[in-house]
Design a protein around this ligand. Structure first.
Ligand code: FES
Length: 104
């Protein structure tokens, strides 16, 4: 398995490769639209843990498997899937530009 990062339409996209299959996701945490690959993220068992409130998402299905440790619930609880075909991207969800919290 490996994780790479691409830029698609200006968005950071993470590419998780496992067993000859590629899974592509917007590299933004759907909880507070923060960069999920920021320092402190963890990858284990086909999952990624967001460094901000520790929500955990499957890198295979995109589903949230552990909710964020935050008073603000996650309303859009899955990673945004990205598909590339003939040079065009399809987003399964509303893509966004991940940003660090103000003051960081
Ligand atoms: S921003 Fe990712 S868990 Fe809150």
């Amino acid at each position: 398995m490996s994780l790479g990062v691409l830029e698609v339409d200006g968005y950071p996209v993470m590419v998780y490769r496992k067993g000859g299959i590629e899974y592509m996701w917007l590299a933004g945490c759907p909880h507070k639209k923060r960069p999920i690959l920021a320092d402190g993220h963890k990858i284990f068992d086909d999952k990624i843990e967001c460094p901000f409130h520790r929500a955990v998402f499957s890198l295979v299905t995109g589903e949230m498997v552990i909710p964020p440790d935050s008073k603000t619930p996650c309303s859009m609880c899955r990673l945004i899937k990205v598909e590339l075909k003939e040079g065009r991207a399809t987003y399964y969800g509303e893509p966004f530009f991940p940003e660090l919290p103000k003051g960081k």
